[in-house]
Ligand binder design. Structure first.
Ligand code: ZN
Length: 195
């Protein structure tokens, strides 16, 4: 496992939210963990953002702050932001990731089955132009994983927020997985809204 070094910011890369992948501060693309080496990052910078080569550290610090500030903190903001096609495609990608998570299917089912199947169906029913639009919905393995992680942490945040507001009952249970790992299950009951 390669780890992030502060000096990589000079090549336009900050540490990704999952701590394992470098994230471009310009286009927000996340490279794979094995690309966490200067030559790979340099190549991205030279081919994708040649205008940033050799800029000073302050330039990248500003870009990093901007990139971090733009991070959608709330799933709802990501959903509400409709309007442009790109935003609609993002919304569709979240909806689809939620379905994949609920069905407990592997993350790659999005790119391997769901997207091509949707494109075929829409092509038949609505024509090739509408089908073209579907191709803009991001559903790669990594995207689906990221979407699910974001929604999960948002659910957790919402729960913590609600538990912080009033009394709740707690119930604990323990079990082990097939691999003999200990698992602690915490059930909380609380009143949400008015009664
Ligand atoms: Zn980039």
């Amino acid at each position: 496992m390669r780890t992030y070094l502060e000096s990589y910011l000079n090549l336009g890369f900050m540490e990704g939210t999952d701590k394992t992948r470098p994230e471009c501060v310009i286009c927000r693309e996340k490279l794979a963990n094995d690309s966490m080496k200067p030559c790979k990052m340099k190549r991205h910078q030279q081919t994708m953002h040649p205008e940033t080569v050799g800029r000073d550290r302050d330039f990248f610090i500003k870009k990093q702050q901007l990139a971090k500030a733009n991070k959608p903190m709330d799933i709802r903001t990501a959903f509400v932001r409709a309007g442009s096609d790109v935003q609609k495609a993002t919304e569709a990608s979240f909806e689809c990731a939620l379905l994949i998570a609920k069905a407990k299917k592997p993350h790659n089912i999005g790119e391997q089955l769901i997207k091509p199947a949707c494109i075929k169906m829409v092509e038949k029913l609505c024509g090739p132009q509408v089908a073209e639009k579907l191709k803009t919905v991001p559903l790669s393995n990594n995207t689906v994983k990221d979407r699910i992680d974001k929604m999960a942490s948002n659910c957790e945040l919402q729960l913590l927020e609600k538990l912080g507001k009033g009394p709740f009952a707690i119930q604990l249970d323990e079990t082990t997985t097939v691999a003999d790992e200990a698992v602690l299950i915490v059930y909380v009951q609380y009143i949400d809204g008015k009664i």
